[in-house]
Design a protein around this ligand. Structure first.
Ligand SMILES: Cc1cc2nc3c(=O)[nH]c(=O)nc-3n(C[C@H](O)[C@H](O)[C@H](O)COP(=O)(O)OP(=O)(O)OC[C@H]3O[C@@H](n4cnc5c(N)ncnc54)[C@H](O)[C@@H]3O)c2cc1C
Length: 373
């Protein structure tokens, strides 16, 4: 019996775990992979969560992150838009960031179970998880922070799972010549690619593409040559960089559809509650922020030693989540439609180059307020 069970040890799950354990709860995190690990992610993190991460004492200030305050967007025809990022962000690999958070959670006493959860049930006011190792875990509160898509979505019969998603994500770490303070987004037909500096003078190169692009060619290298290289910036980047992985990290079936926040009292957070399009570079900040909002709701309505007010907890979480993220996720879906198509992205860059105020308005729509702690 534990106080809180968390499925998924990404940024959302680890944030909730650290905050709840710090406040006297015994937390168990179930994670199917071992740290440190590479994830498909652009690794640009909005500054809105930097002070909060500093407050968690994970050692973020010594991580060697890069500071990013400038944006460039290019189109297939070679047009470029440049803009300042008023809030800005920083670049740090998930390999390092998730490891730092995991180490802090462990120091605080969070218990990690490195197994894949195949089932979770709710009966008689408690959750039960049975792992493949046949151990049984029970608690009054359970959090689903297992990311954008998981075997559990099918088990829980979540409707988005049955709709095919047309996107795949690919990531490399590279060494290249590029301004350290600039995040660049290069468009190509059916997708876009992000480039920004992370720690140790490395860069993260990560792109989202329609799966149809890959189906047309025999593999990822062929697709890159035939589709991505049509943007002269991408061609030059791929030709003039040192690639540090043997092969890219790849994921399929990325969905930006609306998801449910609570199902049969199971509380979802991070990508499993809803994912912002990567173009906005804000999924990590939202994962961290939602982990914090959820922990705050639990601390308020499930005080240790007092009766659990499940209805108030769920209502409070729904209200706070909607207030923070509903509009941002919607804006992300709309902004994504302006890019990823050769003609439309060219036209968008023409307009944005003429009206810098619109660029700043769109940037603001995707970044949140500084997360208070
Ligand atoms: C192509 C691409 C580029 C992106 N670029 C950026 C960017 O530049 N900036 C940004 O802020 N965001 C970006 N994002 C989004 C960002 O990566 C996510 O929003 C963020 O990782 C969400 O964190 P999370 O904790 O919700 O999920 P995750 O980090 O995915 O963690 C979920 C964890 O759950 C575990 N898990 C899953 N199922 C089970 C199970 N059954 N049992 C046990 N464990 C399980 C997984 O192993 C994983 O560790 C990008 C996303 C994509 C696809």
């Amino acid at each position: 019996m534990s106080d809180i069970l968390i499925i998924g040890g990404g940024l959302a799950g680890l944030t909730s775990a650290i905050l709840l354990q710090q406040n006297g709860y015994q937390v168990n995190v179930f994670e199917k992979k071992k740290y440190p690990l590479h994830r498909v992610c652009g690794e640009y993190i909005s500054n809105e969560v930097l002070p909060f991460l500093e407050s968690l004492n994970i050692g973020i200030s010594k991580s060697g992150y890069s500071r990013i305050n400038h944006l460039a967007i290019t189109s297939v025809s070679g047009k470029i838009l440049q803009a300042e990022l008023p809030m800005g962000g920083f670049g740090l690999s998930r390999y390092k960031l998730d490891q730092l958070m995991y180490e802090q959670a462990k120091r605080l006493g969070v218990e990690f179970v490195f197994e894949r959860v195949d089932n979770i049930s709710f009966k008689d006011d408690k959750f039960t998880i049975t792992t493949p190792g046949n151990r049984v875990y029970e608690s009054a509160i359970a959090i689903a922070a297992y990311g954008k898509r998981s075997n559990l979505d099918q088990k829980l019969n979540r409707s988005f799972f049955y709709r095919r998603s047309p996107y795949l994500g690919v990531k490399y770490h590279i060494k290249t010549e590029h301004p350290g303070n600039q995040i660049r987004l290069d468009n190509f037909q059916g997708g876009y690619c992000g480039l920004n500096k992370i720690e140790d003078d490395k860069f993260c190169l990560c792109y989202l593409s329609e799966t149809a692009n890959l189906k047309r060619y025999s593999g990822i290298p062929e697709m890159e040559e035939e589709v991505l290289y049509r943007n002269p910036y991408l061609r030059s980047l791929f030709k003039n960089s040192e690639f540090l992985f043997d092969k890219p990290e790849v994921i399929n079936e990325i969905s930006f559809e609306k998801k449910t926040l609570i199902e049969n009292h199971l509380l979802f957070c991070g990508d499993s509650a809803g994912m912002i399009t990567p173009l906005c570079g804000n999924g990590m900040a939202i994962a961290i922020h939602s982990g914090k909002i959820l922990a705050d709701s639990i601390l308020r309505y499930a005080k240790k030693g007092a009766a659990l007010n499940r209805i108030a907890l769920e209502n409070n979480y729904k209200f706070e989540w909607g207030k923070q993220f509903s509009i941002r996720l919607k804006s992300g879906r709309l902004i994504q439609q302006l890019f990823g198509n050769t003609f439309i992205s060219d036209m968008t860059l023409n307009i944005l180059n003429k009206f810098p105020d619109i660029t700043q308005f769109l940037v603001k729509k995707t970044h949140g307020e500084t997360l208070k702690y």
